[in-house]
Design a protein. Structure first.
Length: 150
């Protein structure tokens, strides 16, 4: 596998901050209280994870759409159709309270990784793409699990 370039790696890791912050504020009542006082209740605990997770799934739909532009014919049509699934998943599956929304985001990110693998297998992504996506997805799912379990 090809080494992940510094810019995508750094930006990808920075994109984990809201998930990590959310998990930390679930695990620490003092940190949650401090964060809620400073930032507001929406930016701590599972709530920051759920909102940001929905945004990221939607963003990733756009990324996959961009990869689909590299394909032609039936493969392009399939790529475009598959690329909208993460955004639709976030839209339809993140209601119903923090536990069910968190579980649905976990499933959404796991499904997104399968889509990443498909686009990678079709040769539509950079050669380092799947390596980056596995790393980021593992951290995201672990952080979301903290919000669901605790």
């Amino acid at each position: 596998m090809t080494r992940i370039p510094i810019a995508p790696l750094a930006l990808g890791l920075a994109g984990l901050i809201p998930f990590l912050w959310g998990a930390a504020t679930v695990l620490s009542a003092d940190l949650q209280a401090w964060g809620a006082d400073l930032l507001g209740a929406r930016f701590v605990g599972p709530y920051v994870q759920l909102f940001y997770g929905s945004v990221i799934l939607s963003f990733m739909s756009g990324v996959l759409w961009g990869f689909a532009t590299r394909a032609e014919g039936a493969q392009a049509a399939t790529g475009y159709a598959l690329s909208v699934i993460p955004a639709l998943w976030a839209f339809f599956m993140t209601g119903g309270g923090p536990t069910s929304a968190g579980m649905n985001l976990i499933f959404g990110f796991a499904g997104l990784l399968l889509l990443d693998a498909a686009f990678f297998g079709w040769g539509l992504t950079p050669p380092w793409w799947l390596r980056l996506r596995v790393l980021l997805t593992a951290v995201v799912i672990a952080c979301l699990a903290v919000g669901v379990i605790w």
